[in-house]
Design a binder for this molecule. Structure first.
Ligand SMILES: Cc1cc2nc3c(=O)[nH]c(=O)nc-3n(C[C@H](O)[C@H](O)[C@H](O)COP(=O)(O)O)c2cc1C
Length: 432
């Protein structure tokens, strides 16, 4: 909105009636009107910025709202940093530049690290050491994304914040959504001249990650939080999948992003049965192994058990389907298991995994559900002859998520010119 053509012409002090003047004075008398902060609410021509000029139109309501805003700042037990984190989440969700800018300043002053502010700006979930900050973030993110609060998010936040601060953070989110609605509706001109208005970074500004770092840390992450994934993040990771190569460039696949709780639950129930058989077999196999080998395998199985009991809570399960007649399967007649068809499908899955890694999302490639394709077909209404080839649950990780891999080194897998001759010598193991 240009200052020359505002949606609401800002009211000058001399135009105000008594009730309006009361609100005007109250804004400037409050802490937000003091010292350097005053420049954020008062323009050079002495008109008010932010939602306050709009509220002058309904001054009694505006006065109450101004007091609520102040009470949320001064009469709450919610830690100031946690409060500002919640406001930034709202500002980001609404792309509310003014709010983002003002509360970015306050958040920094309250000790919120720059990297965390950037992460919020990218619609991603920062990891905070302080459980109260994390809870404030997670409650705000879930409320703005889902317009509801899952029971386990609520209980986690109650534990981290206490009941009073939990109610305060929810109220805070509601209040700043109201403020965002005023700012988006009336788009008041920003503060005077020298104050830049810097909005949250747009989706395309999402921080990149070095390709090698991503590839060397994209491991199976099976402990996922139920927090929703912002629409733009989901779009980015699925777009990365769509860039994958395929034979003849036919792209013989689709992906179904399953978010519907009932369908996720139905998939999860099937998966649990399959996993329980698979895990029992694996545990039998590893039982005789020495402790040093058994323990890592058992750790993976425990993570698998967790996924099997919580799959339905992952915010998105990506079900990859393919059209068997659109694959050019060059190894179909060789009398051994054919794999070439998959080469037109799994690059897309890997692109998705790498993109999730770049976004900080946990993910794991799973195929057990393919065994129960008939039932999956019914749950997801997949028409014949489309079939299933992978299921990738994704979500913000519970712990650290991705990390170092355990793989055979390149010295053992890469040959020179003929099968069996190592391409690289073992001494080069530490080379970049
Ligand atoms: C083709 C394929 C199928 C897989 N299926 C499953 C699965 O159904 N369930 C699961 O928990 N993990 C599954 N995984 C994940 C592997 O178990 C995991 O990638 C492997 O153990 C290596 O662990 P890391 O990625 O954590 O290093 C699958 C991986 C691949 C490549």
């Amino acid at each position: 909105m240009s200052a020359d053509d505002p949606r609401l012409v800002p009211l000058l002090p001399k135009q105000l009636d008594q009730a309006q003047r009361r609100l005007y004075d109250a804004v400037l008398a409050s802490p937000r009107g003091q010292g350097r902060a005053r420049r954020m609410v008062l323009r050079d021509d002495e008109t008010l910025t932010g939602p306050f000029d709009a509220w002058l139109r309904t001054p009694v309501v505006g006065e109450h709202l101004e007091r609520v805003g102040m009470a949320l700042r001064t009469d709450t037990v919610l830690p100031a940093a946690a409060r500002e984190i919640a406001v930034l989440v709202v500002a980001r969700a609404w792309s509310a530049d003014f709010e983002w800018w003002v509360h970015g300043i306050v958040a920094r002053a309250e000790g919120v690290p720059e990297a965390a502010i950037e992460t919020i700006g990218q619609g991603r979930r920062p990891a905070f050491d302080d459980p109260a900050w994390q809870a404030a973030h997670d409650v705000a993110a879930e409320l703005v994304q889902r317009r509801s609060l899952a029971r386990n998010t609520l209980e986690g936040a109650r534990e981290a914040l206490g009941e009073r601060a939990l109610v305060e953070v929810v109220t805070q989110v509601g209040f700043y959504q109201l403020v965002s609605g005023i700012l988006e509706s009336f788009q008041p001109p920003g503060p005077s001249a020298d104050l830049p208005v810097v909005g949250p970074p747009s989706a395309t500004d999402a921080a990149g990650i070095d390709l090698y770092e991503a590839a060397s840390t994209t491991r199976a992450v099976r402990r996922l939080r139920p927090d929703p994934i912002p629409e733009d993040v989901l779009q980015r990771v699925l777009r990365a999948a769509s860039w994958a190569p395929s034979g003849g460039n036919l792209q013989p696949w689709h992906v179904i992003a399953v978010r519907d709780p009932a369908r996720k639950q139905a998939l999860a129930e099937l998966y649990r049965e399959l996993w329980s058989d698979y895990a029992a077999q694996r545990r039998n196999l590893i039982a005789p192994l020495p402790e040093a080998l058994r323990e890592p395998a058992e750790r993976t199985l425990r993570a698998g058990d967790h996924l099997a009991t919580h799959l339905g809570e992952a915010p998105v399960i990506n079900a990859f389907c393919f059209h068997p007649e659109r694959l050019h399967i060059t190894d179909a007649g060789l009398g051994r298991p054919s794999v070439v068809g998959g080469a037109s499908l799994y690059p897309a899955v890997q692109n998705l995994l790498l993109a999730c890694r770049a976004e900080g999302l946990g993910c794991v490639l799973t195929t057990l559900l393919c065994e129960r394709e008939t039932e999956v077909r019914k749950i997801l209404e997949i028409p014949e002859p489309w079939a299933t080839c992978a299921f990738v649950p994704i979500g913000w990780p519970v712990g650290t998520g991705h990390g170092p891999l355990s793989r055979r080194p390149v010295e053992q897998v890469a040959f020179a010119d003929r099968f069996g001759d190592a391409l690289f010598s073992s001494e080069s193991e530490d080379s970049p």
